[in-house]
Design a protein around this ligand. Structure first.
Ligand SMILES: Cc1cc2nc3c(=O)[nH]c(=O)nc-3n(C[C@H](O)[C@H](O)[C@H](O)COP(=O)(O)OP(=O)(O)OC[C@H]3O[C@@H](n4cnc5c(N)ncnc54)[C@H](O)[C@@H]3O)c2cc1C
Length: 508
């Protein structure tokens, strides 16, 4: 771990998060002089004393070292938009569920003018990411009583019990999750990708290094300006790969003068590249968490299990379909039993609408990198009301499972939304008053051909019109796959790394 900030590097990777660590490892292994600048701490390799317990504990979500973002007054209630600020990025915080989505999600990316991104082309990278992240699958017998109840209960509404959620051609069903847990530890991308290459002399990793902006001269990247120990420094580099995630990467570009000229001029930022798509196209899958009182039988069974020391909050998930003809599935059902939250959220199952039509934006409010941006998700604002109706259908399907004989006695009385929201109209009103996120923001540096006025990067991750400046993380997804986004983020790292290492391959 260097205790100084290098003055120059071949390639700077901005953000040692989920995708960034994949990029850094692949470049370093190929002999590229690589410098990772991570805004949060680098705790070192697995086994180092500094790793916080909450980041390691895979039974529940991580929470320390958060960027502190939230909805402010853009939503009816304040919603926290958790993002990890530490080496590993959100792979430090997440629920360790590894899902891939549907074949068409990726084929649509390719069809939109992004060669190399079809499902068949990405498939080997999903396999490689799965191997590197040490993903394994729960068996049905390993599910906690709460998880098992939903997994079994889903059959009542015709959800078959699947072996895995990750068959790109399969549609609806409940399955025990694929997860990246190793001996109870959330196996983040720092362990999976950086640890095997940390010893290489051509890889340097610097924590507490908050990149303010990418430096560009005459359309060519020359380095970055970074805040480190309270001081501003310049690091020279021919190539910069921005991997800050969907909320942070657009901010770095905007502070660099890459974005919508109107926003940049308002804030006194010199325009380097006129790309109005930067920060736009923000979307996540709107989410609603239902909860029930639970029952004595369920409490006793869960307490007995907890006494053994291993009772994760998440383990099973369903892919389900609304009436919107999603060509497969368009909802996730997520049984959830977070023991560390209030009693009200103890016995829960969430529904996520996986093909959202609403779009929002991320915009810097200041040139100061420590000033939080405006994050306006505009959840549930699509004019057709599609996103709200899908969530309403999901709630109705979950209620049907919860009401089935056998299940009803286990889950108890519905607390949220509650019986007063029984009919569709009142349910829709409740959903609109309580929009929430599913922790999967994407799309703010959209990938697409230069002819697309809203595209920010090309299929190889290079920012249009700025030589040597790349983006590689969830922000480049043109549309969100019907998946949780951790493994897709790893795959983006694998895909862009290959483009960086083989710039002449036929897809360019
Ligand atoms: C609470 C939570 C639960 C989740 N659960 C799941 C789940 O169970 N399954 C799943 O598939 N997905 C889940 N996700 C989503 C998934 O983890 C993320 O979508 C994915 O990890 C994002 O990867 P990324 O590389 O785009 O960004 P990140 O992993 O967030 O990486 C960005 C990195 O860049 C750093 N950075 C940002 N700006 C700068 C800067 N200016 N200078 C230097 N460094 C910077 C950040 O500190 C961070 O380390 C969850 C997310 C959260 C927050």
């Amino acid at each position: 771990m260097p205790d100084h900030l290098p003055r120059a590097a071949g390639t700077v990777v901005v953000g040692g998060g989920t995708s960034g660590n994949v990029i850094a490892a692949r470049l370093a292994l190929a002999g590229v002089d690589t410098l990772v600048l991570e805004a949060g701490p680098d705790f070192g390799p697995f086994g180092s004393a500094g790793w916080p317990a909450d980041i390691l504990d895979a039974t529940r979500l991580g929470h320390s070292h958060d960027w502190g973002y939230d909805s402010g007054d853009t939503l009816p209630t304040r919603v926290a938009f958790e993002r990890a600020r530490a080496i590993g990025g959100c792979s430090d915080f997440n629920g360790t569920t590894q899902t891939w989505g549907h074949r068409r999600d990726y084929d649509d990316w390719a069809a939109a003018g992004n060669p190399g991104w079809s499902a068949d082309e990405l498939r080997p990278l999903f396999d490689e990411g799965t191997r590197m992240m040490r993903v394994k699958r729960y068996r049905a017998e390993e599910l906690t009583p709460w998880q098992r109840a939903w997994y079994d209960g889903g059959t009542v509404i015709g959800l078959p019990q699947l072996e895995t959620l990750n068959d790109l051609d399969e549609t609806v069903g409940f399955a025990p999750e694929d997860n990246n847990i190793v001996d109870g530890i959330r196996w983040n991308t720092a362990f999976a990708y950086l640890d095997p290459v940390r010893h290489l002399a051509n890889l340097r990793i610097v924590g507490a290094a908050h990149v303010d902006r990418v430096l560009v001269t005459a359309g060519r990247t020359t380095g970055v300006e970074v805040l480190w120990h309270g001081e501003r420094h310049v690091v020279h580099a021919d190539r910069v790969v921005v991997c800050g995630g969907a909320y942070n990467s657009p901010q770095v570009l905007q502070r660099s003068g890459i974005g919508d000229p109107r926003l940049l001029r308002e804030l006194g930022v010199d325009v380097v590249a006129d790309l109005p798509g930067v920060g736009e196209n923000l979307h996540d899958q709107p989410f609603l968490l239902m909860s029930w009182t639970g029952s004595d039988a369920m409490s006793t069974a869960m307490q007995q299990l907890r006494a053994t020391g291993w009772a994760p909050d998440e383990q099973a998930m369903a892919k389900a379909a609304s009436s919107f003809d999603p060509d497969g599935f368009d909802m996730h059902f997520l049984p959830y039993s977070p023991t560390h939250r209030g009693e009200e959220k103890r016995w829960s199952c969430g529904v996520g609408a996986l093909l959202p039509r609403s779009r929002g934006h991320v915009r810097i409010r200041s040139r100061d990198p420590e000033t939080n941006p405006l994050i306006d998700h505009r959840f549930l604002t699509d004019p057709e009301g599609h996103d709200t109706q899908v969530l309403a259908e999901g709630v109705e399907q979950l209620r049907a499972i919860a009401a089935a004989p056998g299940m009803r006695e286990l889950v108890g009385r519905e607390l949220r939304p509650g019986p007063e929201y029984a009919d569709r109209a009142s349910l829709v009103a409740h959903i609109r008053a309580n929009p929430d996120n599913y922790w999967h923001p994407v799309g703010t540096c959209k990938m697409g051909p230069a002819a697309d006025p809203r595209a920010v990067v090309g299929h190889d991750g290079q920012v249009h019109g700025v030589a040597g400046c790349y983006v590689a993380d969830c922000s480049i997804m043109p549309t969100i796959p019907r998946a949780t986004t951790a493994m897709p983020a790893v795959v983006i790292g694998e895909r862009i790394a290959r483009f960086l290492l083989q710039p002449d391959e036929e897809t360019r």
